[in-house]
Design a protein. Sequence first.
Length: 217
Amino acid sequence: MAIAGKESPRERYRAQLRAEIKRHAWEQIAAAGAPGLSLNAIAKQMGMSGPALYRYFASRDELITELIRDAYRSLADTIRATADSGADLAGLGHALRAWALDDPQRYFLIYGTPVPGYHAPDDITTIASEIMDALLDAAQPGGTPTDTPDDSRLEAHLAEHRGWAADHPAPPAALRRALLFWTRLHGILSLELAGHFTGMGLDPAELYEHELRHLAR
């Protein structure tokens, strides 16, 4: 029996194997995308039988869930640490882009095309909500309002459709700023990471920075 607070050799070995399995899974995703993920192929790479590997991840969906959970946890921790350092909305935007550029496959797993037939468990949504909570905190309006009639219209809509913000008490203006921050910056990031700016003769970083300055005003 393992001593409380200490892993046994067997538990350490299991953790090491799970980590190795996930490493091979990321390599597969980079080569063929998440829909092509195969536990049997990973088992072959590791010199294991399929049934032996299934003792560590019972199904492809369980492995995908673990990868998605790791990705969301990494981004949530990055955003929260940035916010705790006193960064404003622009600072969170810079942290988001740095995180995405560091590992595009990790980014696309959670913000790219959904894996057919896969449904994430509720705890994934809870982790994702931590990211939005940090954005909503940073999106609180301050200074002189610069709202336009279009802003007011969207804010009225969001005031009635705020389920995506969970229990956060953000006012409509903060809901609008956070939502536009999320959709516009992800739009630029997705295009950049997918290579759609290649050959256009522009710097995606400058485009991202311009949008961020506009959103942070």
